[in-house]
Write a protein that binds this ligand. Sequence first.
Ligand code: 5GP
Length: 191
Amino acid sequence: MAADSRKIIIIAAPSGSGKTSITRFLLQKYSALCLSISAATRQPRGEEKDGVHYHFISEAAFKQKIEANAFVEWEMVYEGSYYGTLKAELDRIWQLGKTPILDIDVKGAIHLQDQFPNQCLSIFIEPPSVEELKKRLESRGTETPESLANRVNKASYELSFKTHFHKTIVNADLAQACAETEAVIKEFLGW
Ligand code: 5GP
């Protein structure tokens, strides 16, 4: 693939905004899109598998990769938990002739856009309200009261960055948000 055809689609949103459901919808529909699997230092949750949801690695291994310049971006997204996009992962996807979709946090998304200004489409998925987001996270049942509070606080902060993104899509209705995201991506990729 020529360098300028190496596109990147970034989908960022506060946790609980529905971006994982939207990303899953896109990946099921378009085989030319491929999820970029990040490295992460947190423990796997529920059914999560190493190499499928994340490359789960130790903090020491993560820091070695930072030193080795193996990441295009990384962040300590939550206190004590590092997440990062590996250069090798983007290369792997581009070599397949596909376009990577990155489900990453807001700061990581902004860093990445700065590095690849001509190749990125950045989409911010916005919850209808912080109250609604809190309800969604509670019903997911995966959070402790402490991690829930942490995620809700962080969401309010992340919402303040939405103007940095190419497109903002409000997820009040999942099917509609999926359709809007799909349309924006098709336009960007010239499909
Ligand atoms: P979770 O722990 O719920 O899987 O993810 C927490 C947050 O980390 C989500 O907002 C997710 O998008 C973000 N995240 C996942 N992978 C990466 C990454 O490689 N880089 C950055 N900056 N954030 C990531």
